[in-house]
Ligand binder design. Structure first.
Ligand SMILES: CCCCCCC/C=C/C(=O)SCCNC(=O)CCNC(=O)[C@H](O)C(C)(C)COP(=O)(O)OP(=O)(O)OC[C@H]1O[C@@H](n2cnc3c(N)ncnc32)[C@H](O)[C@@H]1OP(=O)(O)O
Ligand code: NDP
Length: 269
């Protein structure tokens, strides 16, 4: 993945980063971009072999660390390993999350907990563990959490994900206020529709959902993966030194459309 995004004032804000969800899709692209720019990167995901494949793909430094972000002990172990040689890791990207499309009445308690766990509870544990040593040492840092255009747009079939991502953005604003005076910036990147392995499997390969999404994107197409990299590079760069508590929405204008999936999940009689 090109490191050309990091030029001039857009140099990475630090030289070490931990990227959750770094084995696939958006997190993988960001991990490869950072490593290509000379950042020492630690990638976190549940499946070690997928993480190792990304590490092997890069000419830069990428170290795989397996953890489920819903498991606070596993998150702690991953950070402890990442910190072993260089100390606290100043840059954090949280792209890990999971969702599936289902009518709200069909989402079981376990299904709701699985999605909220990976999209809100887990990201909080990641943020907390990332921040603790930085706050303790008085070292500045920057976090970019991958949210979703769903945080501000209600879409039938995604009640769990929408609620979790809206909560994540509220969390980010709270932490920006709480930790800003101590040198930490916290922002979010909110994608709309991007073809990735996980999103294709979970939603976009389902024709009616794909078509309903496309019909409601003012720019008339899904995003290309490199169209997220520029905004991500900005939020992770020194150029964003005065930006915190912000959400950058990259969705082709989808959040402006009223009922993107309405025809796919009609109300039940
Ligand atoms: C306006 C803009 C709109 C933009 C829309 C785009 C939104 C995109 C959102 C994305 O997040 S894209 C990224 C997608 N990638 C992934 O989702 C990959 C990872 N996915 C997962 O890990 C799973 O989907 C998961 C369920 C979230 C977590 O997996 P886990 O291993 O915990 O699951 P299980 O143990 O198998 O199941 C737990 C629980 O969940 C129920 N469940 C799982 N899948 C479904 C399903 N497809 N439909 C209904 N229910 C499901 C499962 O039955 C379990 O429930 P209980 O048995 O405990 O009741
Ligand atoms: N693609 C899209 O259209 C959109 C994506 N997003 C957001 O972008 C982010 C990335 O999604 P995308 O790249 O599409 O998805 P992918 O499914 O392709 O990638 C998800 C990554 O997260 C990891 N992951 C998932 N759950 C966990 C977990 N509990 N603990 C640790 N790692 C986990 C996966 O690895 P493993 O499975 O091995 O753990 C994988 O590396 C997510 O936050 C998603 O909500 C938001 C809006 C739209």
């Amino acid at each position: 993945m090109s490191s050309a995004y990091f030029q001039g004032p857009w140099v990475p804000a630090a030289d070490r980063a931990l990227v959750t969800g770094g084995s696939s899709g958006i997190g993988r692209d960001i991990a490869l971009m950072l490593a290509g720019a000379g950042v020492e990167v630690f990638v976190v995901g549940r499946r070690m072999e997928r993480l190792e494949a990304v590490a092997a793909e890069s000419d830069g430094s990428i170290t795989p660390l397996a953890a489920d972000i819903r498991d606070a002990d596993a998150v702690d172990a991953a950070f402890t390993a990442a910190e072993a040689e260089g100390g606290p890791v100043p840059l954090l990207v949280n792209a890990a999350s999971g969702a599936f499309l289902a009518a709200a009445e069909d989402i079981s308690p376990g299904g709701f907990a699985a999605v909220v766990g990976s999209s809100l509870n887990g990201p909080f544990q990641v943020l907390r563990r990332w921040a603790q040593p930085l706050l303790g040492a008085g070292t500045p840092g920057a976090a970019m959490m991958v949210s979703s255009a769903l945080a501000e747009r209600e879409v039938p079939g995604a009640a769990h994900s929408s609620a979790a991502k809206a909560g994540l953005e509220a969390l980010i604003r709270s932490l920006a206020v709480e930790w800003g005076p101590r040198g930490l910036r916290i922002n979010s990147l909110a994608p709309g529709a991007f073809s990735t392995e996980g999103a294709d499997a979970g939603m976009w390969s389902f024709g009616p959902v794909h078509d309903a999404a496309l019909d409601n994107i003012p720019l008339g197409r899904f995003g290309a993966s490199d169209e997220l990299l520029g905004p991500a590079a900005f939020l992770l760069s020194r150029a964003a030194g005065y930006v915190t508590g912000a959400t950058v929405v990259v969705d082709g204008g989808w959040h402006l459309s009223p009922h993107p999936f309405g025809s796919v999940f009609p109300p039940r009689g």
